[in-house]
Design a binder for this molecule. Structure first.
Ligand code: KG4
Ligand code: ZN
Length: 342
């Protein structure tokens, strides 16, 4: 097979990332310039600050990605870029950089959906086998995506309000943990007990949707009430109780989906997929599904990065899904819902 080389761009939120990917599954370079420190003092991502950082970093990241991969523009077959969903100003920097490289070096331009990218981080573990189901849990998204075949993404369930990662970041703030709080809350959650019995919203409803805002409010109210009466609650128990509620609903809905949609692979992807609680719970649940293999996105590729965009890019390249210079950022880009068959 001829070697396929894709230069991939990811700038949808607060990481500027450029990667060189060979044949869709081998990382030659994956440069990630994170802006977390600049956003931390605001407790979340400030869109305008993010755009400015992307502008400063993008050309440096391109150079580093090419150097580290040991390739030049002449070696490339295509340029792939995240064009949504995400922050409009942030996306525009990546889209403009990718268009410029594609135009200057006469390369095809491949438009990639950021969520497809998260799912395709699994390609660096093993080839994706269809049909597949993906649980995508990140700071901005929580959804179950059914893939009957290549380049076919259909939503079967999603959060009605907050994303799981967003809930982690907000309750983390109440515990005095810096943004993004997920990793630290996860660590704390392994040191306490589930004593608070927080709500498992929508757990028993007959759908594949999620809701985390009630859980977040219950958590915040519990802490505030304790503050008012001068009581100090055990932080580890709070974190354990919160994580138990999140993991229960994520796992229960995923199991329900696997029962209705038998698949060859279940892929866990997105920033929150790094969570130890959800990784071990799904590993346990999957023992009952002998025909379904669990593929966990590699820990270092759960967060936003351009390697995962290159992994989708190669597939779209084979399907000749190309954009022209009119490609624009689409901040609210979404997959379609699966149409009911009955
Ligand atoms: O996918 P991502 O890097 O960015 C988005 O596209 O949103 O996800 C970032 C989110 C943050 O909310 C962060 O707190 C969360 O992933 N996160 C975690 C863990 N590591 C990162 N949440 C729970 N447990 C973790 N170990
Ligand atoms: Zn993401």
């Amino acid at each position: 097979m001829a070697r396929n080389l894709i230069l991939a761009f990811e700038t949808s939120c607060d990481e500027t990332s450029v990667a060189v990917i060979e044949n869709g599954n081998r990382i030659l370079s994956n440069i990630v310039a994170t802006q977390i420190k600049s956003h931390q003092r605001f407790g979340g991502v400030v869109p305008e600050v993010a755009s400015r950082h992307h502008i400063e970093e993008i050309t440096l990241c391109i150079q580093d990605a090419l150097n580290e991969a040991g390739v030049t523009y002449d070696d490339l077959d295509a340029v792939a870029v995240t064009y949504g969903p995400g922050l409009v100003g942030a996306l525009l920097i990546g889209v403009t950089a990718a268009k410029t490289v594609a135009w200057a070096h006469n390369l095809p331009l491949i438009p990639v959906n950021h969520i497809a990218g998260h799912i395709y981080a699994a390609r660096f573990v093993e080839p994706i086998e269809f049909p597949a189901l993906a649980l995508v849990v990140s700071g901005g998204h929580t959804e179950l995506v059914y893939m009957a075949t290549e380049n076919d993404f259909k939503i079967i369930g999603e959060t009605r309000d907050d994303a799981a990662g967003e809930a982690y970041d907000k309750i983390g703030r109440v515990l005095g943990i810096n943004y993004p709080a997920g990793k630290e809350v996860d660590e704390l959650a392994h040191q306490g007990k589930d004593t608070f019995n927080f709500p498992r919203a929508m757990d028993h409803e007959d759908n594949f949707d999620f809701s985390f805002s009630g859980l977040k409010s219950a958590f915040i109210n519990t802490v505030h009430h304790a503050d008012q009466i001068g009581e100090t609650l055990n932080k580890a128990d709070l974190a354990t109780s919160f994580q138990a509620a999140v993991v229960d609903v994520l796992a229960d809905k995923t199991v329900k989906a696997l029962t209705k949609f038998p698949v060859k692979q279940l892929i866990l992807a997105g920033g929150v997929a790094a969570n130890k609680g959800i990784r071990s719970r799904l590993t346990k649940e999957l023992e009952a599904f002998t025909n379904t293999k669990l593929v966990l996105a590699p820990l270092n590729l759960c967060g936003d990065n351009a390697a995962m965009i290159g992994a989708v890019g190669e597939e779209l390249y084979r399907h000749q899904v190309f954009a022209d210079a009119s490609l624009n950022a689409v901040p609210s880009l979404e997959f379609e819902w699966l149409e009911p068959t009955e």
